[in-house]
Design a protein around this ligand. Structure first.
Ligand code: PMP
Length: 297
């Protein structure tokens, strides 16, 4: 069966306060968000009908918009309720949740002071971010040419559409070379993250991860760090240079979509998915289970 285009799925989308049939959730070609990237979004997952870290994602969405100098006209509680409503109306238990907010069409230039702010929320089935066969043995990453930008040149801590331009270019290039994704360095040449996930390394039983000061400090990143510390595993946030990558035995990436995924290669560097990665992946799977239902299951 041919893959169905995302504008033609079944179900409903929450669009500016109303539930509309999936195919009717459209916008005009003259939309500021499209031309000038005045657009922020979230990526979340629901497990067993519960959205993992639902409120934290809604808060980040609001914050991302504020960084882009606009205010989403709904409270965090309203966004939380809207996400749950769409999930319920679409009859989904395990799904990806995608809120997106953008500037509308009233002004069509760099300045868009008076534009209406729109918010839409869609949910869909999205089983695994990476090919499950590849995922089991660890995914292979390319090294991206583009680097995460200097915080002085872009709103790097927002989950803003414009920041994904270099991610899509890098991921396409990696995929053409047969890799699953690409790891990006930062503007200073240090290890940063992947095109849609944060990165971790393991050496001598300790976890090392770059300081999230010029890329998204992922909600899954924080969760994985917490889970590791609960297991008594030390987590060190520090500057990591690419030259050091030969010294690490394991590597994994984290993200709401990617969850905890082992990495076997980054360009010419090699890693062997091991116990700590496996432990954290299974701790994460347990952590995302709906609270209250986990005990009963
Ligand atoms: N970095 C980038 C560029 C991402 O797109 C994502 C996914 N949102 C992440 C990191 C991980 O963030 P989170 O764990 O909050 O999904």
């Amino acid at each position: 069966m041919a893959e169905q285009s995302y504008d033609r799925l079944d179900g409903v989308i929450w669009y500016d306060g109303k539930l509309v049939p999936w195919c009717d959730a459209t916008m005009h070609v003259l939309t500021h968000g499209l031309h000038y990237a005045s657009c922020v979004f979230e990526g979340e997952r629901a497990y067993g009908g519960d959205i993992f870290k639902c409120t934290a994602h809604s808060e980040r969405l609001k914050r991302s918009a504020q960084v882009l100098d606009f205010e989403i006209p709904y409270t965090v509680a309203e966004i939380d309720a809207a996400k749950r409503l769409v999930l319920e109306k679409n009859g989904q238990q395990d799904a990806y949740v995608r809120p997106v907010a953008w500037r509308g069409s009233e002004m069509m230039g760099v300045s868009a002071q008076n534009n209406t702010i729109h918010l839409a929320i869609a949910t869909w089935q999205w089983p695994s971010y990476f090919d499950p066969a590849q995922r089991a043995k660890g995914i292979r990453l390319d090294l991206a040419d583009y680097r995460r930008p200097d915080p002085a040149t872009a709103p790097v801590l927002a989950k803003a559409a414009g920041l994904y331009m270099i991610c899509t270019i890098s991921k396409h290039k990696a995929e053409r070379k047969g890799y699953a994704d690409a790891m990006m360095l930062d503007w200073q040449g240090r290890v940063a993250e992947c095109t849609g996930a944060n990165i971790f390394f393991i050496r001598d039983g300790k976890i090392h991860t770059p300081i999230a000061d010029c890329f998204l400090d992922g909600i899954t990143r924080r969760t994985a760090m917490e889970l590791a510390r609960k297991r008594g595993i030390e987590v060190i946030e520090r500057r990591i240079l690419p030259d050091e990558l030969t010294q690490f035995s394991e590597c994994f990436i984290t993200g709401s979509a990617a969850e905890v995924t082992a990495v076997s290669e980054i360009a010419h560097w090699r890693f062997t998915p091991g116990n700590i990665t496996q432990q954290l992946a299974s701790d994460y799977t347990a952590e995302v289970q709906p609270k209250g239902k986990a005990a009963a299951a």
